[in-house]
Design a protein around this ligand. Sequence first.
Ligand code: PRP
Ligand code: URA
Length: 209
Amino acid sequence: MSKVHVFDHPLIQHKMTIMRKVETGTKQFRELVDEVASLMAYELTRDLPLTDVEIETPVTKTTQKMIEGKKLGIVPILRAGLGMVDGMLRMMPNVKVGHIGLYRDPETLEPTEYYLKLPTDVAERDFVVVDPMLATGGSAADAISSLKKQGAQSIKLACLCAAPEGVKRIQEEHPDVDIYLAALDEKLNDHGYIVPGLGDAGDRLFGTK
Ligand code: PRP
Ligand code: URA
């Protein structure tokens, strides 16, 4: 069964609260998504393997640790996932970025895939699928299935805000995928929106309605 990590760091909780406020405008919302994504990248990479390297400081020769050149990939779910990419890249500047385009039908809430572009060496990379919202879980579950169909062996899911229903769906359909969240909320409403949530993440990020 996949593990669920909720990052309850005070900085993340504080930024999430401002993001949730209805009066927070597009510019500030975008900046906050970016900042929280950076903070999450720090936690997401906690298990990266290190290797010993010989270096010379101005004082002496010494053996120190560096990251072992692991191949990583970030895959934002379009559109809203794009808001998390720059923040993650700031912490992991060499990772490759794939894209998966999905939209949720407002009536059925079912996701439809319209775009997929991944790095060529899919099977050798550790991927992080990013999307601010995990509501019914349909979009993330489909994105993960598409990645697996292309050969991905190692996938994590990072979202800002999740409903228990979405977490349950990922755990049932993708028990090998660990879930990283900035907040685990109460429930979904009748329109498939997370409660209390933060509204439509894509619209708030890009200033659309
Ligand atoms: C939102 C959000 C997720 C999805 C979550 O995207 O960014 O991708 O809904 O809902 P689910 O867990 O019930 O599938 P949306 O379909 O609104 O598209 P957008 O990113 O273009 O705004
Ligand atoms: N998508 C969003 O952007 N927000 C929600 O609350 C649910 C799905």
